[in-house]
Design a protein around this ligand. Sequence first.
Ligand SMILES: [Zn+2]
Length: 122
Amino acid sequence: MADRSLRGMRLGAQSLQSEEGVVFSDRTRFVYLCPECNHETALMFAADAEAPETWECRHCGHEAVLMVGSEPITIDKSDQKQARTHWDMLLERRSREELEELLEERLSFLRERRGLNKKVGA
Ligand SMILES: [Zn+2]
């Protein structure tokens, strides 16, 4: 019994030691500040990796915001809504009526190409 627990400790100590030799090269430390609890979460990313703008707060689980210097970055709210689709972008540029018109144009063009407009023609 005593022998066993000793062995267990020895194994644990060894696995801790093995991390000492690891060289953390080319890594950058990023700090995320949680607006909810003011807790700072520090993370290491590879130097060439782009750090995400937000990270889950390790303290309360809210969304912590990446700090640049002593200020949290400003997050463009428009990027926060779900990824914009082509359709969303279209709607930003054109009204629905315009789109319907375009669609109609496009459809009649396609019908013409297929020679269907003769039959469909109203
Ligand atoms: Zn927090």
